[in-house]
Design a protein around this ligand. Structure first.
Ligand SMILES: Cc1cc2nc3c(=O)[nH]c(=O)nc-3n(C[C@H](O)[C@H](O)[C@H](O)COP(=O)(O)OP(=O)(O)OC[C@H]3O[C@@H](n4cnc5c(N)ncnc54)[C@H](O)[C@@H]3O)c2cc1C
Length: 441
């Protein structure tokens, strides 16, 4: 069946993740109507919360780091009374070194007086202000940090952080794509640290979750706009007037312009006939597999009681878990008060094979490792595994070409609006939506 679009006055958006939803809301704030078609039965995409009795598991993002404009957006949608800031103790971050959690120094004084880094590295960090070396084009994030700071910083801190943020490999991600502000600081101020100090003074950011978890944000946004669920789009063909969008149900819509708020591999699928070459480039964007394993234990059976945001495991430690958020410290209402809840990450770009093991094996290895590190003397009270076969887009050598494709498609009326284009954090997605809505023609 072919129908002409009943939504001609409205912007058509495919995908109800944070990118699609926040764009629809930002357009509405400017008096522009839209309609979203979503493949699944719920809003949020990666943003998912599971409530299991007294346990709350955020199986995708755990928090949103809001700057002033993101905060204003949340205020405008009436989300302020639903915001939950993390507990104060979350400022403390830990790194696993020689099998034991060690506090990461968070101030220059702490850096000098702790023995977290060697004296050589402390000297390299403190003299970064004056370093004048230059990087090559397409420099990896790891090379950049080695050059500005030291190899020890890369191995102990950068690699586990990048695994935590991107599920990525710092040796493969491009600094100019993954953290362009670092390159800017080097170019503008001659020093990353000087740039960080100046930027920190200009822009304060705060991290939040929401009452009943992160998916609350998706529901709040979805209530404000029109979303059609269970409507997967199967293909997009070119016509004389614009495009024909075909749904899996066989129904078609004719449109002049469309927003694809979808992962790169999904866009590749939709465009495989109309734009085969561009589809091939998009299909190369890598999304490594990642498992999120929630586990709780009785507090009085835990020898080393977590007290901070969480523990990152540097790859050189050779552990199965890449890192854990100490969820019950950060958001104390996420489990019964007598228990400790860990959100553990397994796999990612560096250890993809770990994430593809059978579920029971992953859970068993995670529980065993936690029991060893935290000296836990009883089995887990609850375990819950979520496998993301395709987790987070990698800003590596393939992303630059994919972004060029996005720019070309835009001229044709196909707007790619998702985390592989504008940045992976929830705040990046919201900021990009606000900007796109401002310029909408
Ligand atoms: C495990 C994990 C932890 C993370 N932690 C954090 C964190 O703590 N903080 C943070 O800021 N960010 C975090 N991120 C990143 C962040 O969650 C994502 O970058 C962001 O949610 C992506 O949103 P999106 O709308 O661009 O894409 P998606 O969330 O992927 O949304 C795409 C939507 O399109 C739909 N769709 C797909 N194909 C079709 C089709 N053919 N037709 C119709 N609809 C379709 C999908 O069902 C989905 O709803 C995390 C990501 C993961 C995976």
């Amino acid at each position: 069946m072919v129908t002409s679009s009943p939504f001609q006055q409205e912007v058509l958006i495919v995908g109800a993740g944070i990118s699609g939803l926040s764009l629809a809301v930002a357009l509405k704030q400017r008096g522009i109507g839209s309609v979203i078609f979503e493949a699944t039965s719920a809003p949020g995409g990666n943003m998912r919360t599971v409530q299991l009795g007294n346990y709350r598991f955020d199986t995708g993002p755990n928090s949103l780091l809001a700057n002033a404009s993101t905060y204003q957006f949340l205020a405008d949608i009436g989300a302020i009374d639903q915001l939950v800031p993390p507990a104060a103790v979350s400022k403390k971050r830990f790194i696993l070194l020689e099998g034991k959690p060690r506090l990461l120094p968070s101030s220059p004084l702490a850096l000098i007086f702790s023995n977290f880094f060697s004296w050589q590295t402390k000297w390299r960090i403190l003299t970064e202000f004056f370093r004048k070396n230059k990087g090559e084009e397409k420099e990896s994030l790891a090379n950049f940090v080695r050059r500005r700071f030291s190899a020890e910083v890369v191995e102990k801190v950068l690699k586990p952080f990048v695994a935590g943020i991107y599920a990525g490999d710092a040796e493969a991600l491009l600094v100019s794509e993954a953290f362009p502000q670092l390159v800017e600081y080097e170019q503008q101020y001659g020093s990353v640290l000087r740039g960080l100090v100046k930027a920190g003074a200009k822009q304060r950011r705060r991290s939040y979750s929401f009452q009943k978890g992160m998916q609350t944000l998706a529901h709040l946004l979805a209530q404000k706009v029109t979303v059609h669920y269970n409507r997967p789009v199967a293909s997009l063909e070119r016509t004389k007037q614009g495009f024909q969008l075909a749904f899996a149900s066989g129904e078609c819509l004719h449109v002049k312009k469309v927003v694809l708020a979808l992962p790169a591999y999904q866009v590749a699928k939709l465009l495989s006939r109309a734009y085969p070459e561009m589809a091939t480039t998009l299909a190369k964007v890598s999304y490594p597999p990642l498992c999120v394993v929630h586990t709780a234990f009785e507090k009085n059976k835990v020898g080393y009681l977590p007290n901070g945001f969480g523990l990152l495991h540097p790859p050189m430690e050779g552990t199965f878990i890449a890192g854990s958020i100490w969820s019950s410290c950060v958001f104390p209402d996420s489990c019964p008060p007598s228990e400790v809840l860990f959100t553990n990450f397994v796999g990612g770009a560096m250890f993809a094979q770990h994430a593809m093991l059978p579920q029971e094996e992953i859970v068993k290895k995670v529980v065993e490792e936690l029991r060893r590190i935290y000296r836990i003397t009883a089995p887990a009270t609850v375990t819950y595994l979520t496998r993301w076969e395709k987790s987070i887009p990698q800003y590596d050598q393939h992303i630059t070409a994919a972004k060029h494709v996005a720019a070309t498609l835009r001229k044709e009326g196909i707007i790619c609006h998702s985390n592989w284009v504008h940045g992976i954090s929830l705040a990046d997605c919201i900021t990009a939506s606000i900007e796109l809505a401002k310029k909408w023609e």
